[in-house]
Design a protein around this ligand. Structure first.
Ligand code: HEC
Length: 259
């Protein structure tokens, strides 16, 4: 790497007549004029901003020049008159510091499992956010994970049917399903209107008679052109959606109002 950089600097030095500071990785020496240019530009900022009409009316204060610093110690504080070499020195110092400190490489970071005084629980290992699907659980064999009891589709919801469960089911349905199936499940979601195959309405006889475990299985593993959602929706939420579909299938129920 060192050789490549050296070659590159040598090439630029001859080709573009750039001077490089000795032993520095990429530190180009700049000419005095370019600093004057920058100084003038900075001093003209308040003029451009319309705050003053002449650059001299805006006093800049800086302390980069050690000689001025010394003489200033004997004086009462007085905003420095702009000009001189101080600002170029300040800019030079800023540029030099900026290019020397490897801040990007040495950023604060937390090592896995290390102690933390930032997080309330004192550890940098963060717990999984809620509803994260653990891949290793995908092979779970409980009815609640498969929708099957003794190899047949479950006919019962494996948890209690509560209004919270239905609300969750509705919310998840609107996130993952309604774009195709429509909000009330009649199969006319926007994706279908743009040409995706139209799914059957949840309200057709066959699906109304299907066990709830079947709905869970379709959500988990997909059906025909529809992909499965086991990798995106955790089992409890799949059941919540199935319960909500059951609700949409009830003939006496008027379609839920849009949120
Ligand atoms: C990208 C569009 C799309 C999305 C999103 C989608 N589906 Fe489907 N779904 C379909 C299509 C198309 C079919 C019909 C597939 C077939 O018969 O080939 C279908 C079929 C179904 C069926 C009926 C299966 C049968 O036996 O006929 C159910 C139930 C169902 N989807 C539920 C859901 C639920 C619940 C969600 C959300 C978790 C969902 N779908 C998300 C497109 C979608």
């Amino acid at each position: 790497m060192r050789d490549i950089v050296a070659d590159w600097k040598r090439f630029l030095a001859t080709k573009l007549k750039l001077e490089w500071q000795r032993d520095f990785f990429d530190h180009r020496l700049r000419k005095e004029e370019s600093f004057t240019e920058k100084t003038d530009y900075i001093r003209a900022n308040p003029v451009r901003a319309g705050l003053i009409t002449l650059a001299e009316q805006w006093p800049f204060v800086w302390t980069a020049d050690p000689q001025k610093q010394a003489s200033r110690e004997n004086q009462t504080f007085r905003p420095g008159a702009p000009g001189g070499r101080a600002l170029p020195c300040l800019i030079l110092a800023a540029l030099a510091l900026a290019s020397c400190r490897p801040d990007m490489a040495n950023q604060p970071r937390a090592k896995p499992l290390s102690e933390s005084n930032f997080f309330a629980d004192g550890t940098n290992a963060r717990p999984l956010p809620p509803h994260v699907i653990a891949r290793r659980d995908a092979s779970a064999h409980e009815p609640v994970d498969t929708g099957l009891t003794n190899g047949a589709y479950a006919t019962q919801l494996p948890m209690q049917l509560t209004s919270e469960l239905l609300a969750r089911g509705r919310q998840q349905h609107e996130i993952f399903c309604a774009e195709c199936h429509g909000q009330i499940g009649n199969g006319d979601g926007p994706v279908v209107q743009h040409g995706f195959p139209r799914p059957p309405a949840y309200q057709v006889e066959r699906l109304r008679n299907a066990p709830i475990g079947y709905l869970f299985d379709v959500i988990s593993n997909g059906h025909g052109t529809m992909a499965g959602y086991a990798a995106q929706i955790e089992p409890a939420d799949r059941w919540a959606i199935a319960a909500y579909i059951r609700r949409l299938q009830e003939p006496q129920r008027s379609p839920p109002s849009a949120p």
